[in-house]
Design a protein around this ligand. Sequence first.
Ligand code: GUN
Ligand code: FE
Length: 425
Amino acid sequence: MNAKFVCKGDVVFSIDQEHMQSIEQGFVVCEDGICMGAYDELPAEYAQYPVVDCGKNLIFPGMTDLHVHAPQYTFRGLGMDCELLEWLQTYTFPEENKYRDMDYAREAYSYFAEDLKRGFTTRAVIFATIHNEATVELMDQLEETGLITYVGRVNMDRNGGSGLQEESAGSSLLGTRRWLEAVQGRYRNTMPILTPRFIPTCSDELMLGLGALAKEKSLRIQSHLSENPAEIAWVRELVPAADCYANAYELFGHMGSEELPTIMAHCVYSDAREMEILKAHGVYVAHCPDSNLNICSGIAPVRKLLDAGIHVGLGTDVAGGSSLNMVRTMLTTLQVSKMYHTLLERDCAPLTFEETFYLATMGGGQYFGKVGSFRKGYEFDAVVADDSLMKSTRHLTPRERAERMIYNDADCMIRKKFVAGRQVL
Ligand code: GUN
Ligand code: FE
Protein backbone atom coordinates (compact mmCIF):
# COMPACT_ATOMS: atom_id res chain seq x y z
CA MET A 1 0.00 0.00 0.00
CA ASN A 2 1.16 3.46 -0.91
CA ALA A 3 2.29 5.50 2.11
CA LYS A 4 0.39 8.52 0.75
CA PHE A 5 -3.23 8.18 -0.25
CA VAL A 6 -6.69 9.65 0.06
CA CYS A 7 -9.88 7.85 1.11
CA LYS A 8 -13.03 9.25 -0.49
CA GLY A 9 -16.49 8.52 0.88
CA ASP A 10 -19.03 9.59 3.51
CA VAL A 11 -16.86 10.67 6.40
CA VAL A 12 -17.79 11.00 10.07
CA PHE A 13 -15.61 11.45 13.15
CA SER A 14 -15.34 13.11 16.55
CA ILE A 15 -13.56 16.43 16.89
CA ASP A 16 -13.86 16.38 20.68
CA GLN A 17 -16.15 14.96 23.36
CA GLU A 18 -19.18 16.96 22.26
CA HIS A 19 -18.69 17.59 18.56
CA MET A 20 -18.57 15.54 15.39
CA GLN A 21 -17.79 16.37 11.81
CA SER A 22 -19.76 14.82 8.99
CA ILE A 23 -18.74 15.21 5.33
CA GLU A 24 -20.71 13.70 2.50
CA GLN A 25 -18.32 12.58 -0.25
CA GLY A 26 -15.38 13.89 1.69
CA PHE A 27 -11.65 13.17 1.53
CA VAL A 28 -9.44 11.84 4.33
CA VAL A 29 -5.74 12.19 3.63
CA CYS A 30 -3.10 9.77 4.90
CA GLU A 31 0.65 10.41 4.80
CA ASP A 32 3.01 7.83 6.26
CA GLY A 33 0.42 6.56 8.71
CA ILE A 34 -0.70 10.01 9.83
CA CYS A 35 -4.01 11.67 8.98
CA MET A 36 -3.50 15.02 7.27
CA GLY A 37 -7.11 16.00 7.85
CA ALA A 38 -10.59 15.46 6.41
CA TYR A 39 -11.92 17.81 3.72
CA ASP A 40 -15.02 18.43 1.67
CA GLU A 41 -12.77 19.47 -1.20
CA LEU A 42 -9.36 17.94 -1.68
CA PRO A 43 -6.62 20.57 -1.18
CA ALA A 44 -4.38 21.01 -4.23
CA GLU A 45 -1.30 19.76 -2.39
CA TYR A 46 -2.83 16.27 -2.18
CA ALA A 47 -4.25 16.21 -5.72
CA GLN A 48 -1.60 13.79 -6.94
CA TYR A 49 -2.19 11.20 -4.19
CA PRO A 50 -3.88 7.95 -5.25
CA VAL A 51 -7.55 7.85 -4.25
CA VAL A 52 -9.18 4.88 -2.54
CA ASP A 53 -12.76 5.42 -3.67
CA CYS A 54 -15.10 4.03 -1.03
CA GLY A 55 -18.23 5.08 -2.91
CA LYS A 56 -21.11 5.79 -0.57
CA ASN A 57 -19.62 3.75 2.26
CA LEU A 58 -19.14 5.37 5.63
CA ILE A 59 -15.56 6.13 6.66
CA PHE A 60 -14.99 6.61 10.38
CA PRO A 61 -12.08 6.20 12.81
CA GLY A 62 -11.22 2.74 14.08
CA MET A 63 -12.39 1.85 17.58
CA THR A 64 -10.36 1.00 20.65
CA ASP A 65 -11.40 -1.93 22.83
CA LEU A 66 -9.76 -0.98 26.12
CA HIS A 67 -10.57 -4.23 27.92
CA VAL A 68 -11.05 -7.74 26.55
CA HIS A 69 -10.09 -11.27 27.66
CA ALA A 70 -8.85 -13.24 24.64
CA PRO A 71 -9.03 -16.70 26.30
CA GLN A 72 -12.65 -16.14 27.28
CA TYR A 73 -13.80 -15.78 23.66
CA THR A 74 -14.45 -19.53 23.55
CA PHE A 75 -17.38 -19.26 25.97
CA ARG A 76 -18.84 -15.92 24.91
CA GLY A 77 -22.58 -15.85 25.41
CA LEU A 78 -22.51 -18.97 27.60
CA GLY A 79 -22.84 -19.28 31.37
CA MET A 80 -24.26 -15.86 32.10
CA ASP A 81 -26.35 -17.00 35.04
CA CYS A 82 -24.30 -15.76 37.99
CA GLU A 83 -22.50 -12.77 39.40
CA LEU A 84 -18.79 -12.06 39.14
CA LEU A 85 -17.14 -14.18 41.85
CA GLU A 86 -19.22 -17.29 41.16
CA TRP A 87 -18.90 -16.72 37.40
CA LEU A 88 -15.09 -16.64 37.69
CA GLN A 89 -14.95 -19.89 39.69
CA THR A 90 -17.59 -21.74 37.69
CA TYR A 91 -16.83 -20.79 34.09
CA THR A 92 -13.85 -18.50 33.70
CA PHE A 93 -11.02 -20.09 35.67
CA PRO A 94 -11.69 -23.64 34.39
CA GLU A 95 -11.67 -22.32 30.80
CA GLU A 96 -8.49 -20.28 31.25
CA ASN A 97 -6.81 -23.33 32.76
CA LYS A 98 -7.08 -25.02 29.35
CA TYR A 99 -4.50 -22.62 27.91
CA ARG A 100 -1.73 -24.69 29.46
CA ASP A 101 -2.38 -26.89 26.40
CA MET A 102 -0.75 -25.22 23.40
CA ASP A 103 -2.87 -27.01 20.81
CA TYR A 104 -5.99 -25.67 22.49
CA ALA A 105 -4.50 -22.19 22.87
CA ARG A 106 -3.36 -21.98 19.25
CA GLU A 107 -6.78 -22.87 17.89
CA ALA A 108 -8.79 -20.78 20.37
CA TYR A 109 -6.60 -17.70 19.86
CA SER A 110 -6.84 -18.03 16.07
CA TYR A 111 -10.63 -17.58 16.29
CA PHE A 112 -10.22 -14.59 18.58
CA ALA A 113 -7.60 -12.88 16.43
CA GLU A 114 -9.54 -13.51 13.22
CA ASP A 115 -12.76 -12.05 14.61
CA LEU A 116 -11.06 -9.05 16.22
CA LYS A 117 -9.48 -8.30 12.86
CA ARG A 118 -12.81 -8.53 11.03
CA GLY A 119 -14.59 -6.13 13.41
CA PHE A 120 -14.64 -2.38 14.11
CA THR A 121 -11.64 -2.55 16.44
CA THR A 122 -8.26 -1.23 15.32
CA ARG A 123 -6.61 -1.12 18.77
CA ALA A 124 -7.14 -3.26 21.84
CA VAL A 125 -5.82 -3.88 25.33
CA ILE A 126 -6.05 -7.56 26.07
CA PHE A 127 -5.83 -10.04 28.97
CA ALA A 128 -4.34 -13.46 28.17
CA THR A 129 -3.83 -16.08 30.93
CA ILE A 130 -1.11 -17.02 33.43
CA HIS A 131 0.59 -19.17 30.74
CA ASN A 132 3.71 -17.76 29.09
CA GLU A 133 3.78 -19.94 26.01
CA ALA A 134 0.13 -19.41 25.15
CA THR A 135 0.46 -15.66 25.74
CA VAL A 136 3.37 -15.45 23.29
CA GLU A 137 1.27 -17.44 20.80
CA LEU A 138 -1.57 -14.93 21.18
CA MET A 139 0.85 -12.05 20.66
CA ASP A 140 2.32 -13.72 17.55
CA GLN A 141 -1.15 -14.13 16.10
CA LEU A 142 -2.23 -10.58 16.94
CA GLU A 143 0.92 -9.22 15.31
CA GLU A 144 -0.15 -10.98 12.11
CA THR A 145 -3.51 -9.16 12.10
CA GLY A 146 -1.93 -5.71 11.75
CA LEU A 147 -3.97 -4.42 14.70
CA ILE A 148 -2.11 -2.50 17.40
CA THR A 149 -2.47 -4.05 20.84
CA TYR A 150 -1.22 -4.35 24.37
CA VAL A 151 -1.33 -7.90 25.73
CA GLY A 152 -0.94 -9.01 29.33
CA ARG A 153 0.22 -12.31 30.73
CA VAL A 154 -2.03 -12.57 33.80
CA ASN A 155 -0.72 -12.75 37.36
CA MET A 156 -2.59 -14.67 40.06
CA ASP A 157 -1.07 -16.43 43.06
CA ARG A 158 -4.17 -16.91 45.25
CA ASN A 159 -7.87 -17.78 45.02
CA GLY A 160 -7.57 -19.21 41.53
CA GLY A 161 -9.05 -22.60 42.27
CA SER A 162 -9.40 -25.18 39.48
CA GLY A 163 -5.61 -25.24 39.05
CA LEU A 164 -5.47 -21.71 37.68
CA GLN A 165 -3.02 -20.35 40.17
CA GLU A 166 0.69 -19.76 40.26
CA GLU A 167 2.71 -21.38 43.04
CA SER A 168 3.91 -18.23 44.74
CA ALA A 169 4.48 -14.52 44.30
CA GLY A 170 8.09 -15.32 43.42
CA SER A 171 7.23 -17.78 40.67
CA SER A 172 4.59 -15.43 39.24
CA LEU A 173 7.13 -12.60 39.10
CA LEU A 174 9.82 -14.83 37.62
CA GLY A 175 7.38 -16.12 35.01
CA THR A 176 6.49 -12.54 34.14
CA ARG A 177 10.15 -11.59 33.69
CA ARG A 178 10.70 -14.60 31.43
CA TRP A 179 7.66 -13.66 29.35
CA LEU A 180 8.94 -10.08 29.02
CA GLU A 181 12.31 -11.40 27.84
CA ALA A 182 10.61 -13.70 25.32
CA VAL A 183 8.65 -10.88 23.68
CA GLN A 184 11.21 -8.10 23.88
CA GLY A 185 11.98 -6.75 20.37
CA ARG A 186 9.81 -9.44 18.77
CA TYR A 187 6.96 -7.22 17.49
CA ARG A 188 6.12 -3.99 15.78
CA ASN A 189 2.49 -3.65 16.86
CA THR A 190 2.14 -5.80 19.96
CA MET A 191 3.25 -4.51 23.35
CA PRO A 192 3.38 -6.21 26.75
CA ILE A 193 1.41 -4.81 29.69
CA LEU A 194 1.54 -5.99 33.31
CA THR A 195 -1.73 -7.66 34.27
CA PRO A 196 -2.51 -8.44 37.91
CA ARG A 197 -5.96 -10.01 37.47
CA PHE A 198 -7.40 -8.16 40.48
CA ILE A 199 -6.54 -7.90 44.16
CA PRO A 200 -8.44 -11.04 45.28
CA THR A 201 -6.15 -13.21 43.12
CA CYS A 202 -2.86 -11.43 43.88
CA SER A 203 -1.08 -11.52 47.22
CA ASP A 204 0.40 -8.35 48.73
CA GLU A 205 3.88 -9.66 47.91
CA LEU A 206 2.95 -10.21 44.26
CA MET A 207 1.26 -6.81 44.01
CA LEU A 208 4.30 -5.04 45.48
CA GLY A 209 6.62 -7.00 43.18
CA LEU A 210 4.59 -6.07 40.10
CA GLY A 211 4.46 -2.42 41.14
CA ALA A 212 8.27 -2.44 41.40
CA LEU A 213 8.61 -4.27 38.07
CA ALA A 214 6.39 -1.68 36.34
CA LYS A 215 8.72 1.05 37.63
CA GLU A 216 11.90 -0.82 36.79
CA LYS A 217 10.89 -1.52 33.19
CA SER A 218 8.58 1.47 32.55
CA LEU A 219 5.63 -0.81 31.87
CA ARG A 220 1.94 -0.07 31.90
CA ILE A 221 -0.54 -1.94 34.08
CA GLN A 222 -4.14 -3.10 33.55
CA SER A 223 -6.55 -4.58 36.07
CA HIS A 224 -10.13 -4.59 37.38
CA LEU A 225 -11.59 -2.12 39.89
CA SER A 226 -14.87 -1.83 41.83
CA GLU A 227 -16.91 -4.07 39.56
CA ASN A 228 -19.17 -5.89 42.01
CA PRO A 229 -20.28 -5.35 45.66
CA ALA A 230 -19.10 -8.78 46.91
CA GLU A 231 -15.71 -8.26 45.25
CA ILE A 232 -15.36 -4.83 46.87
CA ALA A 233 -16.24 -6.19 50.33
CA TRP A 234 -13.63 -8.94 49.86
CA VAL A 235 -10.92 -6.42 48.94
CA ARG A 236 -11.78 -4.43 52.07
CA GLU A 237 -10.95 -7.54 54.12
CA LEU A 238 -7.85 -8.42 52.11
CA VAL A 239 -6.26 -4.96 52.28
CA PRO A 240 -7.47 -3.40 55.55
CA ALA A 241 -4.87 -0.63 55.36
CA ALA A 242 -6.52 0.84 52.26
CA ASP A 243 -9.33 3.38 52.58
CA CYS A 244 -10.92 2.14 49.33
CA TYR A 245 -10.29 -0.38 46.53
CA ALA A 246 -8.52 2.20 44.34
CA ASN A 247 -6.32 3.16 47.26
CA ALA A 248 -5.31 -0.50 47.64
CA TYR A 249 -3.94 -0.48 44.08
CA GLU A 250 -2.34 2.86 44.83
CA LEU A 251 -0.57 1.48 47.92
CA PHE A 252 0.90 -1.30 45.76
CA GLY A 253 2.13 1.19 43.12
CA HIS A 254 -0.29 0.10 40.40
CA MET A 255 -2.11 3.30 39.52
CA GLY A 256 0.47 4.59 37.01
CA SER A 257 0.90 8.11 35.68
CA GLU A 258 -0.14 10.25 32.68
CA GLU A 259 3.00 8.99 30.89
CA LEU A 260 2.41 5.32 31.74
CA PRO A 261 -1.31 5.20 32.39
CA THR A 262 -3.03 2.31 34.09
CA ILE A 263 -6.30 0.90 32.75
CA MET A 264 -8.91 -0.04 35.32
CA ALA A 265 -11.90 -1.95 33.98
CA HIS A 266 -15.42 -1.25 35.29
CA CYS A 267 -15.33 1.30 38.18
CA VAL A 268 -19.06 0.68 38.58
CA TYR A 269 -18.98 1.59 42.27
CA SER A 270 -16.27 4.25 42.22
CA ASP A 271 -17.28 7.14 44.46
CA ALA A 272 -15.83 10.64 44.78
CA ARG A 273 -12.82 9.35 46.75
CA GLU A 274 -11.99 6.72 44.11
CA MET A 275 -12.47 9.26 41.34
CA GLU A 276 -9.98 11.55 43.04
CA ILE A 277 -7.38 8.75 42.89
CA LEU A 278 -8.23 7.85 39.27
CA LYS A 279 -7.89 11.50 38.26
CA ALA A 280 -4.66 12.09 40.19
CA HIS A 281 -2.90 9.23 38.36
CA GLY A 282 -4.38 9.78 34.89
CA VAL A 283 -5.99 6.33 34.95
CA TYR A 284 -8.09 5.19 31.99
CA VAL A 285 -11.41 3.68 32.99
CA ALA A 286 -12.56 0.93 30.63
CA HIS A 287 -16.34 1.14 30.71
CA CYS A 288 -17.76 -2.31 29.93
CA PRO A 289 -21.56 -2.04 29.94
CA ASP A 290 -22.32 -5.40 28.27
CA SER A 291 -20.39 -7.21 30.94
CA ASN A 292 -21.92 -5.08 33.69
CA LEU A 293 -25.39 -6.10 32.46
CA ASN A 294 -24.63 -9.78 31.85
CA ILE A 295 -23.13 -10.57 35.23
CA CYS A 296 -25.40 -8.18 37.12
CA SER A 297 -22.62 -5.85 38.20
CA GLY A 298 -24.45 -2.53 37.89
CA ILE A 299 -24.15 0.70 35.91
CA ALA A 300 -20.95 2.72 35.97
CA PRO A 301 -21.26 6.48 36.60
CA VAL A 302 -19.68 7.44 33.26
CA ARG A 303 -21.10 10.98 33.23
CA LYS A 304 -19.52 11.62 36.64
CA LEU A 305 -16.19 10.11 35.59
CA LEU A 306 -16.11 12.41 32.56
CA ASP A 307 -17.15 15.44 34.63
CA ALA A 308 -14.31 14.63 37.04
CA GLY A 309 -11.87 14.84 34.11
CA ILE A 310 -11.03 11.13 34.15
CA HIS A 311 -10.03 9.36 30.92
CA VAL A 312 -12.76 6.95 29.81
CA GLY A 313 -12.87 4.47 26.94
CA LEU A 314 -15.03 1.46 26.16
CA GLY A 315 -14.30 -2.24 26.58
CA THR A 316 -16.18 -5.32 25.44
CA ASP A 317 -14.83 -7.36 28.40
CA VAL A 318 -15.48 -10.60 26.54
CA ALA A 319 -16.65 -12.97 27.98
CA GLY A 320 -18.36 -10.92 30.70
CA GLY A 321 -19.45 -9.05 27.59
CA SER A 322 -20.73 -11.52 25.02
CA SER A 323 -19.50 -9.86 21.82
CA LEU A 324 -16.34 -8.29 20.38
CA ASN A 325 -18.51 -5.80 18.52
CA MET A 326 -17.63 -2.28 19.65
CA VAL A 327 -20.69 -0.82 17.93
CA ARG A 328 -22.84 -3.02 20.10
CA THR A 329 -20.86 -1.79 23.11
CA MET A 330 -21.62 1.79 22.05
CA LEU A 331 -25.33 1.03 22.01
CA THR A 332 -25.22 -0.54 25.45
CA THR A 333 -23.20 2.45 26.68
CA LEU A 334 -25.98 4.77 25.54
CA GLN A 335 -28.74 2.58 26.90
CA VAL A 336 -27.30 1.99 30.37
CA SER A 337 -26.54 5.69 30.74
CA LYS A 338 -30.22 6.37 30.06
CA MET A 339 -31.18 3.85 32.75
CA TYR A 340 -28.67 5.39 35.19
CA HIS A 341 -30.46 8.70 34.63
CA THR A 342 -33.94 7.17 34.79
CA LEU A 343 -33.56 4.77 37.69
CA LEU A 344 -30.61 5.92 39.78
CA GLU A 345 -30.02 9.66 39.46
CA ARG A 346 -32.31 12.03 37.62
CA ASP A 347 -29.72 14.80 37.87
CA CYS A 348 -27.13 12.76 36.01
CA ALA A 349 -27.77 13.36 32.30
CA PRO A 350 -27.58 10.43 29.90
CA LEU A 351 -24.65 10.31 27.49
CA THR A 352 -25.32 11.73 24.05
CA PHE A 353 -24.63 9.92 20.79
CA GLU A 354 -21.71 12.30 20.20
CA GLU A 355 -20.18 11.47 23.58
CA THR A 356 -20.60 7.76 23.03
CA PHE A 357 -18.96 7.90 19.61
CA TYR A 358 -16.15 9.88 21.18
CA LEU A 359 -15.65 7.26 23.93
CA ALA A 360 -15.35 4.41 21.40
CA THR A 361 -12.92 6.27 19.15
CA MET A 362 -11.01 9.17 20.74
CA GLY A 363 -11.67 8.33 24.40
CA GLY A 364 -10.02 4.92 24.28
CA GLY A 365 -7.78 5.87 21.35
CA GLN A 366 -6.00 8.46 23.45
CA TYR A 367 -4.47 5.61 25.45
CA PHE A 368 -2.42 4.89 22.29
CA GLY A 369 -1.54 8.55 21.60
CA LYS A 370 -3.20 10.68 18.94
CA VAL A 371 -5.66 8.02 17.85
CA GLY A 372 -9.39 7.94 17.13
CA SER A 373 -10.07 11.02 15.01
CA PHE A 374 -9.46 12.33 11.49
CA ARG A 375 -8.17 15.60 12.88
CA LYS A 376 -4.83 16.52 11.35
CA GLY A 377 -1.94 14.78 13.11
CA TYR A 378 -3.89 11.75 14.34
CA GLU A 379 -2.75 8.28 13.34
CA PHE A 380 -4.73 7.02 10.38
CA ASP A 381 -6.99 4.31 11.81
CA ALA A 382 -10.10 3.97 9.67
CA VAL A 383 -13.04 1.64 9.12
CA VAL A 384 -14.97 1.65 5.85
CA ALA A 385 -18.51 0.33 6.37
CA ASP A 386 -21.26 -0.42 3.89
CA ASP A 387 -24.75 0.31 5.26
CA SER A 388 -26.54 0.25 1.90
CA LEU A 389 -28.80 -2.59 3.00
CA MET A 390 -30.45 -0.19 5.48
CA LYS A 391 -32.70 1.51 3.01
CA SER A 392 -34.72 4.58 3.91
CA THR A 393 -36.95 7.13 2.22
CA ARG A 394 -34.92 9.79 4.03
CA HIS A 395 -31.70 11.33 2.91
CA LEU A 396 -29.36 10.82 5.84
CA THR A 397 -26.12 12.61 6.61
CA PRO A 398 -23.04 10.49 7.44
CA ARG A 399 -23.53 11.47 11.09
CA GLU A 400 -27.13 10.25 11.03
CA ARG A 401 -26.05 7.03 9.36
CA ALA A 402 -23.45 6.50 12.08
CA GLU A 403 -26.14 7.04 14.71
CA ARG A 404 -28.44 4.58 12.96
CA MET A 405 -25.59 2.08 12.75
CA ILE A 406 -25.09 2.30 16.52
CA TYR A 407 -28.74 1.49 17.13
CA ASN A 408 -28.82 -1.24 14.50
CA ASP A 409 -25.60 -2.52 13.02
CA ALA A 410 -26.84 -5.90 11.82
CA ASP A 411 -26.93 -4.81 8.18
CA CYS A 412 -23.66 -2.94 8.24
CA MET A 413 -20.69 -4.61 6.58
CA ILE A 414 -17.07 -3.70 7.08
CA ARG A 415 -15.38 -3.38 3.68
CA LYS A 416 -11.94 -2.02 4.55
CA LYS A 417 -9.88 -1.27 7.60
CA PHE A 418 -6.66 0.72 8.08
CA VAL A 419 -4.42 0.80 11.13
CA ALA A 420 -1.83 3.58 11.31
CA GLY A 421 -2.09 3.90 7.54
CA ARG A 422 -1.69 0.20 6.78
CA GLN A 423 -4.60 -1.57 5.17
CA VAL A 424 -5.37 -4.73 7.18
CA LEU A 425 -8.72 -5.60 5.55
N1 GUN B 1 -12.34 -9.65 37.68
C1 GUN B 1 -11.29 -10.49 37.77
N2 GUN B 1 -11.20 -11.28 36.68
C2 GUN B 1 -12.19 -10.91 35.87
C3 GUN B 1 -12.61 -11.37 34.58
O1 GUN B 1 -12.04 -12.26 33.96
N3 GUN B 1 -13.71 -10.74 34.07
C4 GUN B 1 -14.36 -9.74 34.72
N4 GUN B 1 -15.42 -9.18 34.14
N5 GUN B 1 -14.00 -9.32 35.93
C5 GUN B 1 -12.93 -9.89 36.49
FE1 FE C 1 -12.46 -8.10 32.55
